[in-house]
Design a protein around this ligand. Structure first.
Ligand SMILES: [Zn+2]
Length: 107
C-alpha cells in the first residue's frame, strides 16, 4: 500500500518520485516539496522515473468486501480523490456502498 509522503494518506493514484523514493497524492502535496519548475525537470516529459500514475488495484465487489470483513481480512474503501481508507466497521462498508463507492484489497 502506498502512502503520500506528505500527508500519509493511502493513495491509489498520485505522483511517484524517482521510481518510488517518495509518493504524493496531489499537486498540493507535491509542490510543498518541489516547485513546478523542479517537477518539470524531474518529469522530463515522461522520460524519467518521476511521473503521475494510477497504480493497479484489486477491486472487489460489495459482497466480497463484506465477506472479507467478516473473515477478518483487510478491506479498503476507494475514494473519489484517489485516496483510500481501511474499513474498520461493517458500517463503513455499508455506508460506502450507499454512496456507490468502490472497494479493493491489498495487491
Ligand atoms: Zn498528500
Amino acid at each position: 500500500m502506498r502512502q503520500c509522503t506528505k500527508c500519509n494518506q493511502n493513495i491509489v493514484q498520485g505522483y511517484c518520485i524517482e521510481g518510488g523514493l517518495a509518493y504524493y497524492c496531489s499537486d498540493n502535496c507535491l509542490h510543498q516539496h518541489y516547485s513546478k519548475a523542479e517537477w518539470n525537470d524531474m518529469y522530463n516529459n515522461g522520460k524519467s522515473d518521476s511521473y503521475w500514475t494510477e497504480w493497479e488495484i484489486n477491486k472487489i465487489t460489495y459482497e466480497e468486501a463484506k465477506e472479507r470483513f467478516i473473515n477478518d481480512q483487510d478491506v479498503y474503501l476507494l475514494f473519489n480523490d484517489g485516496t483510500e481508507g481501511v474499513a474498520e466497521h461493517m458500517d463503513d462498508i455499508i455506508c460506502h456502498e450507499g454512496i456507490c463507492g468502490e472497494f479493493c484489497m491489498e495487491c
